[in-house]
Design a protein around this ligand. Structure first.
Ligand SMILES: Nc1ncnc2c1ncn2[C@@H]1O[C@H](COP(=O)(O)OP(=O)(O)OP(=O)(O)O)[C@@H](O)[C@H]1O
Ligand SMILES: [Mg+2]
Length: 346
């Protein structure tokens, strides 16, 4: 799939910007704080229904404005799609696909798929388990709608169970929540396990290509052996701590290089290469599952790589539509100059 047009109105610092994107590499160039990443965020919003840097839709509205609009047109194997998202001060966002409003964000999932990569993505390997769960949640939701539904239900039940624990509920009330939590939780665990298992060989391949095959990488999803039994066993603790202490909302992803945990022992460079390998691997995995290559959004990645790595990266993404932000224009792709919330093709 590829995006042909992106138009934003009152979106962050862009009052009105419109871009005709090319099939290959698109580069958004400009000094700091001009609105390059904001445009990537607009694309991201039209793919997954939420902002890249915020969970609060109102933060994406231009300061002092009442309404914002993001519109994306894309070409897919079986026809074109137009996504329009309207944000309003104090309103729920409204989304339409080919001019037909949809009731649930879930319906947006899978329409246009994107993979976002920024230096921040290092968190994926380095920081707290929550960042690795977020990665699994967002990326898995794009290729599997039933995962997105199960996740929404799980989070809701978890919230209710935690509220009950805070109110010193009786055990019968807990029984009711546990039954539902186990049901949805098992779906999440099973789907994440399958996802990581499928993704791993792709990561190994990309990682070998980026490093020249020096290191052996493995990934395992870390979860409870038996969610149902462990949830029951943790009841006393949960009641004491007034929160749910076991379940997929506490799980993690282990990433090992030559049997050593990258999360703990990896160098900055190794962690960066692993994070990039995972993202590039996803491009191929998504393509194999959905039959279409997702769009790759690369924020500030070039400045972090030396020229030989830049070249290797460009080879690795040769047949993908890419939108890159950079402060200096590389000698490739279609260039858009971004200046103070406006865009000019060069
Ligand atoms: N809701 C908003 N309304 C208006 N302006 C906003 C809003 N949110 C962010 N901005 C402005 O957008 C600008 C940042 O844009 P962006 O992050 O896209 O910059 P950038 O071009 O990617 O810069 P860098 O090269 O530093 O990453 C900031 O000046 C910020 O004040
Ligand atoms: Mg930026």
């Amino acid at each position: 799939m590829r995006i042909t047009n992106l138009t934003v109105d009152n979106f962050r610092n862009h009052t009105h910007s419109t871009l005709q994107l090319t099939a290959g590499i698109n580069v958004l160039v400009g000094p700091n704080a001009q609105g390059k990443t904001n445009l990537l965020e607009a694309v991201y919003l039209s793919c997954v229904g939420r902002g890249w840097r915020t969970v609060r839709d109102s933060e994406m509205l231009q300061f002092g404005k009442e309404r914002a609009l993001v519109q994306v047109n894309a070409m897919k194997r079986f026809g074109n799609v137009e996504i329009a998202i309207q944000l309003g001060q104090g309103l729920k966002k409204s989304i339409s696909i080919n001019r037909v409003p949809i009731a649930k964000v879930a319906e947006l999932m899978g329409q246009i798929n994107c993979i976002f990569f920024s230096p921040d993505e290092l968190k994926l390997v380095k920081e707290a388990p929550a960042d690795r769960r977020r990665f699994m949640n967002i990326d898995l939701s794009q290729i599997d709608k039933s995962y997105f539904y199960a996740l929404a239900r799980y989070n809701k039940i978890l919230q209710q169970r935690n509220a009950s624990l805070k109110n010193n509920c009786d055990l019968r009330e807990l029984d009711v929540w546990d039954l539902q939590l186990i049901q949805q939780g098992k779906i999440l665990i099973q789907k994440r396990q399958a996802f990581i298992q499928k993704l791993t060989p792709y990561v190994v391949k990309k990682h070998q290509a980026l490093t020249g095959g020096q290191e052996i990488i493995t990934m395992t999803y870390e979860t409870c052996a038996d969610f149902e039994r462990e949830l029951l066993a943790a009841r006393e603790k949960d009641l004491r701590l007034r929160t749910t202490t076991v379940g997929p909302h506490r799980d993690d992803l282990a990433i090992l290089i030559n049997n050593q945990d990258v999360r703990i022992f990896g160098s900055q460079g190794q962690q960066r290469t692993v994070a990039l390998s995972i993202k590039l691997a996803e491009l191929d995995l998504f393509a194999d599952i959905t039959g279409e290559k997702p769009i790759l959004l690369l924020d500030d990645v070039f400045s972090e790589l030396d020229s030989s790595r830049q070249a290797r990266l460009l080879t690795a993404i040769a047949d993908t539509q890419v939108v890159i932000t950079a402060t200096d224009a590389p000698a490739v792709g279609k260039i858009f100059v971004v200046k103070n919330g406006t865009v000019q093709p060069q």
